[in-house]
Design a protein around this ligand. Structure first.
Ligand SMILES: [Fe+2]
Ligand SMILES: [Fe+2]
Length: 332
């Protein structure tokens, strides 16, 4: 009897979360919402049509190029950069699987489910590639680890979506593009376009679903999200600094990674702001701050010269407005 009374009390206190969301089609949608929903649904169907057989693609490329042959120094540098990608793929798999479970609107759920399927393939193919390269899985450098940990442990779905789809994935797209263009290793060079096509759809999930998540957000929550983003930007910059020596060995400059990464993130954030219905001032402030960090930390022509001179020159450039690199986040 005591147990029954306790159970009733506990039962009464527990919030009722419906296991089956019968109200998933009850939402009232604007024309803009309907457009976004169509684009999200398309992500799922395109993802299904363009799913590639990871084992076959990798084996085919290895056979075509007669294996992977790289000098020791480049092999280690490539392992260092792509170890971050490997664990980033696992983090993206976890976040997208969680989104697939927790997002209610059908079309967003479909897009997240499709992403989880892609990320599983990205993870095992990258694992197989790195194994051929001789990489032994180990711990990531601190800032890269903190970035992924920050997204995985974020306390809201909005942060996870911003962090993964609008911040981490554009940086992954940047690394894929620059390493592909460096032509450092033929198998990877032909493998990366498969990743790039898939990642572009994942960024589109963020652009098209975030506005609906952000619309109901109060000013305090919005401020907290911006503050969190700022912390994540700083971690991303620290992560690039950690990988700097490896990028240099591969013939890629850190400045190029940061500038292209910023340009791709900016496209994603501006597209999202347009979906909400305005150009967000905060996004432009972030751009200026990030421009300053790049122009001061990685000035054109190297870090030589007086520190004060560099500071003034970076400030002047930011006041004048730095033109972002011409790029896209669309699939090639
Ligand atoms: Fe991926
Ligand atoms: Fe992805």
């Amino acid at each position: 009897m005591i147990r029954n009374t306790l159970r009733k009390l506990v039962g009464r206190r527990r919030p009722v979360v419906p296991l089956v969301p019968y109200d998933m089609f009850d939402e009232i949608r604007t024309f803009k919402d309907v457009d976004s929903a169509k684009r999200l649904e398309r992500i799922y169907h395109v993802g299904q049509n363009k799913a590639w057989a990871g084992k076959d693609v990798l084996q085919g490329l290895v056979a075509k190029h007669g294996g992977i042959h790289l000098p020791e120094e480049k092999q280690q540098a490539l392992s260092r950069v792509f170890a971050v990608i490997l664990w980033g793929e696992l983090a993206a798999w976890k976040v997208s699987a969680q989104l697939a479970v927790e997002l209610t609107p059908l079309e967003a759920k479909l897009a997240a489910t499709s992403q989880a399927h892609d990320e599983a393939r990205h993870f095992y193919v990258m694992h197989d590639y790195l194994e051929l390269l001789g990489y032994q899985p180990g711990e990531l450098p601190p800032a890269a680890r903190a970035t992924l940990q920050g997204v995985l442990s974020a306390d809201t779905l909005a942060k996870k979506l911003v962090g993964m789809q609008l911040m981490v994935e554009p940086i992954a797209l940047t690394i894929f593009q620059l390493i592909r263009e460096s032509r450092v290793e033929p198998v990877l060079m032909e493998l990366l376009p498969y990743y790039e096509r898939d990642e572009a759809r994942h960024v589109a999930l963020g652009i098209n679903h975030l506005p609906a998540m952000l619309r109901g957000m109060g000013p305090l929550d919005a401020f907290e999200l911006w503050a969190w983003q700022l912390k994540m930007f700083e971690l991303e910059i620290a992560g690039m600094r950690e990988l700097g020596p490896a990028f240099r060995v591969l013939g890629v400059s850190e400045r190029d990674v940061l500038r292209l990464g910023m340009a791709k993130q900016l496209i994603a954030f501006r597209a999202m702001a347009r979906e909400i219905g305005h150009e967000a001032v905060a996004i432009e402030l972030f751009k200026r701050l990030y421009d300053f960090r790049i122009e001061f930390g990685w000035p054109e022509g190297g870090e030589d010269g007086d520190r004060l001179q560099r500071l003034l020159s970076a400030m002047l450039k930011v006041v004048d407005g730095v033109k972002p690199v011409d790029t896209t986040i669309e699939a090639a």
